[in-house]
Design a protein around this ligand. Structure first.
Ligand code: HEC
Ligand code: HEC
Length: 141
């Protein structure tokens, strides 16, 4: 399960979090049970979840509403449990992928050590990571 990855994801997210303090206005306000966690541990603490989510914001350069749909009752609020937005589903795949890369290729599957890669490794503050290389122009001689 995802458990093994938790600490490392947190460490990565924690780093982002340090950069973020005082910047993000939105927080995880609802401290109740989180009914719709399918990848992260169901017993995750409020603080841990908040760190991870803020880490996602920084890593992708987005706000919470990139992945979370507006609430039906009050569109000014977000319905965090809703799976309506495809970006949320993609993010679940991404969490699993990142955990798998760390485990399989960096042998990071347990302990307190920092994950070899996190969301920001690829995303670097952008929704769509770079995949094409633009070569510099040849030097003038
Ligand atoms: C890149 C996409 C993404 C961003 C950005 C994001 N989240 Fe999430 N969030 C998710 C995913 C995916 C889950 C479900 C994780 C799972 O299934 O284990 C989730 C779950 C949650 C939950 C638990 C919902 C429940 O009841 O099951 C809360 C609360 C939450 N996010 C708050 C936030 C807040 C607050 C922000 C902004 C600071 C934020 N999220 C930004 C992807 C995102
Ligand atoms: C190994 C590189 C890599 C890592 C690590 C990675 N991603 Fe991605 N991610 C991608 C690529 C490539 C795409 C596709 C971008 C595109 O469609 O242009 C993508 C797409 C996404 C999208 C959909 C973007 C959209 O269109 O809104 C989300 C959401 C996302 N990633 C979230 C995450 C989260 C959250 C993490 C960390 C748990 C993560 N990613 C880690 C490479 C990565």
């Amino acid at each position: 399960m995802f458990q093994f990855q938790k600490k490392k994801l947190l460490a990565g997210a924690g780093l982002c979090f340090i950069l973020l303090v005082g910047v993000a206005a939105t927080t995880v306000k609802d401290k109740g049970p989180k009914p719709n966690l399918k990848v992260l541990p169901k017993d995750i603490s409020h603080e841990e979840l908040e760190k991870i989510m803020k880490g996602f914001n920084v890593s992708l350069g987005v706000k919470c509403n990139h992945c979370h749909a507006p609430a039906k009752t009050d569109p000014k609020k977000l319905d965090f449990a809703s799976d309506e937005k495809p970006e949320k589903t993609t993010a679940r795949h991404m969490i699993r992928m990142t955990a798998k890369i760390n485990k399989k290729y960096f042998n990071q599957s347990g302990g307190e050590d920092v994950a070899a890669i996190t969301c920001i490794t690829c995303h670097n503050g952008k929704v769509h990571p770079e995949s094409k290389i633009t070569l510099p122009p040849p030097p003038n001689r």
